[in-house]
Write a protein that binds this ligand. Structure first.
Ligand SMILES: O=C(CO)[C@@H](O)[C@H](O)COP(=O)(O)O
Length: 232
């Protein structure tokens, strides 16, 4: 349907950036783009290789995860995207990847500490890792519960989804978001780069010190403006 063409195109272009940036292989991961006036988002179809994607194959889904338009099955992570769009009113795009280093930190269930200014350019806190699913959640609807795991973790850390636009999900992999699908893709690439640097930092020096908060503040506000620092 023509009315969804703009978000199909935005979702398609953002999805194609994932293999181009080396963030996914085969059918791993997915990107969605939302239209809040229509109350729907376009998301990658499940199990379709990136080389076979086209804008027309993006599936249109409402905020309850119900398919509104499209011939293919939406991503298996659709309910996670739907929960976040429903509760976080200012996000325009969501990305989920299995990028190697960010996924390794998620599987280790550790936050990614701030070791350098590359990280401090983008976040003033360690990148949080949400706990893995409880037995009860696994028995329920995993993808639906992942959305609440993500929101609960930010809330428990005293963070807002506009301050930090990335998270690791324990035993799973990263999710990122932003005002647009393109910004969410940018955040996924930044997360993977920071995750790799942090891993290598710890492998060179297991006692490497975190960046001092005063320098994190100075560095972040140089890029994002005065009073933009939100602390650890
Ligand atoms: O997290 C997972 C699997 O662990 C998924 O994100 C897959 O990586 C992609 O699934 P589809 O989007 O193709 O259903």
């Amino acid at each position: 349907m023509q009315q969804y063409q703009h978000i199909r195109q935005a979702a398609y272009e953002a999805n194609m950036q994932l293999p181009a940036l080396g963030l996914v292989i085969f059918t791993f991961g997915n990107v969605s783009a939302v239209d809040r006036q229509l109350g729907v988002f376009a998301i990658k179809p499940s199990g379709v290789p990136y080389a076979e994607l086209s804008p027309g194959k993006m599936v249109i889904v409402d905020f309850d995860g119900k398919t509104v338009d499209g011939q293919l099955r939406p991503s298996s992570d659709t309910l996670t995207h739907a929960v976040l769009y429903k509760h976080w009113e200012h996000i325009g795009g969501i990305v989920h990847t299995h990028s190697t280093y960010a996924t390794a930190w998620a599987q280790s269930q550790r936050d990614i500490p701030i070791y350098g200014t590359t990280h401090a350019d983008h976040n003033t806190v360690d990148i949080p890792c949400a706990p893995p699913m409880s037995d009860a959640m696994i028995a329920g609807d995993y993808e639906y519960q992942t959305g609440f795991q993500i929101m609960d973790t930010l809330r428990e850390r005293g963070l807002t989804y506009e301050e930090i636009e990335m998270i690791l999900v324990g035993n799973h992999a990263p999710f990122t978001w932003g005002k647009t699908a393109a910004k969410a893709v940018y955040n996924s690439a930044v997360l993977e780069s920071v995750a790799q640097m942090a891993y290598l930092t710890e492998s060179i020096n297991s006692n490497a010190p975190r960046l001092k908060d005063a320098l994190i503040k100075k560095h972040f506000e140089r890029k994002h403006g005065p009073n933009s620092y939100y602390g650890q």
